[in-house]
Design a protein around this ligand. Structure first.
Ligand SMILES: [Ca+2]
Ligand SMILES: [Ca+2]
Ligand SMILES: [Ca+2]
Ligand SMILES: [Ca+2]
Length: 375
């Protein structure tokens, strides 16, 4: 009202307002004042008199405004997620994360497999040159004059097998046990010193791997730097006994079986007709049925040393013979197992088996030199 009178005064000064206009403004003021009094009175008695019920208010925000005493605020855009939307989002993220991790894991395993193949390829090359040398190796044995040629050939072959066993041991009994046919070769003395001087004494854990490390690093008379050909990650001591092993890229010791007649591969087909034993050119084995067991039932064929990684699953599932087995007690027979099922219930050494039993054939992801050597 004060504002209206001020505007009327200014209009009057400019000659634009009349006394009638002033009276009209005063009348408006009186009616507005009366209306204000009514509102104040009703407010003092409580809002229900305005026709609004307070209990109906909560879900709607009411706000008194000059032009309209109470009215709802306009509804705001909905923010946040519903529970279903949240769960769907989490599920999608989980699937994407799984796919990504799977891809990363696969790429990492592929790189590790390649690194392991490289390590085994080096070992295979070093091993095979030595292996081939036994075809022409002079055997330290004296054949009595007058011995039948075939008997002499068998004596020589038995001695050669013992020489291979002593110089390429794959279990500690090959080192610890005294030779039966020939004198202990010089490198076997080196193995024996190494094993018996191990700080904590040798443990049979990882013996297939520890013997192999000694063969490669001590077995070559003219190569004292064999160990230098391998990086730090390719060598380790998994059981902490001071006797080292070559490791694959998953940190598992790489094992070695000098003779693995149970293993079937492109390199070792186990077919006597197409791959006869090259160390037995006179075919003195298998022997005649009149010969004493167990030799009479054996089947011979070309053998290759087996150098193998357990692969990504770190399980070998390759039969290495019973823990108590000693070659010296089996006449250095490389084909043992086929002929003594009571001693080797799981077949020949090198056979693929589920040990320890977990229901999985864990040999399938193994990386081995037969795969590399056959290419
Ligand atoms: Ca050990
Ligand atoms: Ca060790
Ligand atoms: Ca495996
Ligand atoms: Ca298994």
């Amino acid at each position: 009202m004060v504002n209206s009178l001020f505007l009327w005064e200014r209009a009057a000064v400019r000659g634009e307002a009349t006394m009638a206009d002033l009276k009209s403004e005063i009348a408006n003021f009186k009616s507005l004042t009366a209306a204000a009094r009514v509102i104040a009175s009703q407010k003092a008695q409580g809002w229900p008199s305005l026709g609004l019920r307070r209990r109906a208010v909560p879900s709607t925000v009411l706000c008194p405004l000059p032009s309209s005493p109470l009215r709802p605020l306009p509804s705001l855009p909905r923010s946040g997620f519903t529970l279903v939307e949240l769960l769907v989002t989490i599920a999608v993220i989980a699937v994407l994360a799984t796919l990504l991790l799977g891809a990363l894991y696969t790429a990492q395993d592929a790189a590790r497999a390649q690194k392991t193949r490289s390590t085994i390829a080096k070992l295979h090359t070093m091993m095979m040159s030595r292996w081939e040398s036994y075809k022409t190796r002079r055997v330290p044995i004296t054949i009595p004059p007058g011995t039948q040629p075939k008997i002499a050939a068998r004596m020589r072959l038995d001695a050669l097998r013992e020489l291979m066993r002593l110089e390429m041991p794959d279990r500690y009994s090959d080192i610890i046990d005294n030779p039966a046919i020939i004198a202990r070769p010089s490198v076997s003395h080196a193995y024996l010193r190494k094993v018996t001087s191990a700080p904590a004494g040798y443990a049979n854990d990882h013996d297939r791997a520890e013997c192999f490390y000694m063969i490669i690093t001590l077995g070559a008379d003219d190569d004292d730097t064999a160990a230098d050909k391998f990086g730090a990650s390719e060598v380790g001591d998994a059981d902490g006994d001071g006797l080292r092993e070559f490791h694959d890229a998953w940190g598992t010791p790489i094992r070695f079986l000098r003779w693995a007649p149970g293993f079937v591969s492109e390199l070792q087909t186990r077919d006597p007709s197409t791959q006869p034993d090259p160390f037995d050119p006179r075919h003195v084995y298998p022997t005649q049925p009149t010969d004493p067991a167990p030799a009479q039932t054996e089947i011979t064929f070309a053998l290759y040393p087996l150098i193998y990684s357990a692969g990504p699953d770190k399980e070998f599932d390759i039969y290495g013979g019973e823990a108590s087995f000693q070659y010296s007690g089996a006449k250095n027979n490389p084909y043992v197992g086929l002929i003594a099922p009571n001693v080797f219930p799981l077949g020949q050494i090198g056979a693929t088996v589920d040990i320890p039993v977990n229901g999985e054939q864990n040999w399938q992801d193994n990386i081995h030199n037969h795969l590399i050597g056959s290419r």
